[in-house]
Design a protein around this ligand. Structure first.
Ligand code: 0PR
Length: 383
């Protein structure tokens, strides 16, 4: 019911506290299966200062728009591009939709089809339905990366583009983007890389010496990349990123907004009014942490993942789905559903709906949390 009379701030806050008591919080250490993390205190500060900025009307907030553009350029550079074209958006879903939209608009095909691996995130289902693009799924190999031969077999005259994934949602697998890129070039098709998760992991992990495939604009067939600051970028939700190699992709999805303060401006995002504060927080976090800062975050997460995977293997009845490539460790057990239920009852924020339990070593996950989790898991399994 819409209240007729307002209540005091104290009353409202007390009610909120009571109602959110059942939420899990990131600092409790109980959230082990999420790709989000606690808002970095510095990002939180930036957001609270600039909470009123709206990138939907860049003529009003000219400075903020320039900062968004600088953030896009810094991310483009991270991904091997001197100059990129894109936006800070609401998340990986919007970024993926924008990429598919750009490919479709440029393709001029009557019955557009998009080729993507079975491991792709469900955001492509939304893109497919909204854009009228048929999804053509390709098989995975034994290591859960996309079968590039199957991708080639599925190319037709209706294909508008190919999707590869750098950090799959379930297992953190990086596809053979280099082979996909070659294929894309051979067939004159654009390749989109969904690095929503891996984008803020792989560049740092590579420099740390982890043997990971190339995945970014250094590969000439890659035309667009989804990369989410609100995952491993440690920026509060919502902060996704879409970067295109060429201006034509952005132009293909731009609509005119002629009456705004900045005169005739073009908008290439799905949302109109959008949070400037979050784009500023992306910029601020990159400036604050720098490459070295993110590298430290990734180092911890990768080491924790290897250690955790090793510990899991010691528990009888527990098996890894595959060796972790990034900071995601997924495992199965006998009686998985029962184990999941019991873990949840003990307050663990995990899920097993894909046929395994996925643990994501986000920055809020600490070794002592995992030790406690392992103790609970062992107890449940051996009981
Ligand atoms: N692409 C990939 C590879 C993803 O893993 C995800 C989200 C997306 C795109 C879509 O991103 P947005 O959710 O930002 O639109 N992957 C997470 C997942 O499905 C989303 C998530 C995050 C789920 C936190 C739960 C959670 O607690 O697991």
């Amino acid at each position: 019911m819409f209240p007729r009379k307002g209540a005091s701030e104290e009353e409202v806050l007390a009610e909120l506290e009571e109602k959110t008591a059942e939420d899990l919080t990131f600092d409790s250490g109980r959230i082990l299966g999420s790709m989000c993390t606690y808002p970095h205190p510095f990002a939180r500060k930036v957001i609270s200062i600039y909470i009123d900025r709206n990138l939907g009307d860049p003529g009003l907030h000219i400075g903020s728009q320039k900062i968004e553009e600088e953030a896009i350029q810094m991310i483009s550079n991270l991904l091997g591009l001197e100059k990129g074209y894109g936006n800070i958006v609401s998340g990986g879903t919007e970024a993926n939709i924008l990429a598919v939209r750009a490919f479709r608009n440029l393709a001029d095909v009557e019955k557009p089809e998009l080729i993507l691996p079975r491991s792709a995130h469900f955001s492509f289902l939304k893109a497919s339905e909204m854009l009228g693009v048929k999804l053509v799924w390709t098989e995975l190999k034994e290591d859960y990366s996309v079968d590039v031969n199957d991708v080639e077999r599925k190319i037709t005259d209706n294909t508008i583009g190919i999707v590869g994934i750098a950090g799959t949602t379930g297992l953190g697998v990086v596809d053979d983007i280099s082979a996909l890129s070659d294929l894309a070039i051979d067939y004159g098709l654009p390749l989109h890389v969904d690095a929503a998760f891996g984008g803020f992991v792989i560049p740092f992990a590579k420099e740390l010496g982890y043997d990971l495939p190339d995945f970014d604009f250094r590969l000439k067939g890659v035309q667009s990349i989804t990369i989410d600051p609100h995952k491993m970028g440690m920026v509060p939700i919502p902060a996704g990123g879409i970067i295109f190699r060429k201006k034509k992709f952005l132009e293909a999805i731009s609509v005119p907004a002629p009456y705004l303060a900045g005169g005739k401006v073009w908008q290439a995002t799905i949302t109109g009014t959008r949070p400037g504060a979050n784009a500023l927080a992306v910029w601020a976090m990159i400036k604050h942490l720098g490459f070295e800062g993110y590298k430290e975050v990734v180092k911890r997460a990768m080491e924790l993942s290897r250690w955790f995977a090793g510990e899991l293997k010691k528990i009888p009845g527990v098996y890894l789905i595959r060796e972790p490539m990034l900071n995601i460790v997924s495992f199965g057990t006998t009686n998985l559903e029962e184990v999941e239920e019991k873990l949840k009852r003990r307050g663990w924020g995990i899920s097993a709906h894909r046929g395994y339990i996925r643990i994501v070593m986000m920055p809020h996950v600490r070794r002592e949390h995992l030790e406690e989790f392992l103790r609970d898991l062992q107890e449940i399994i051996t009981r």
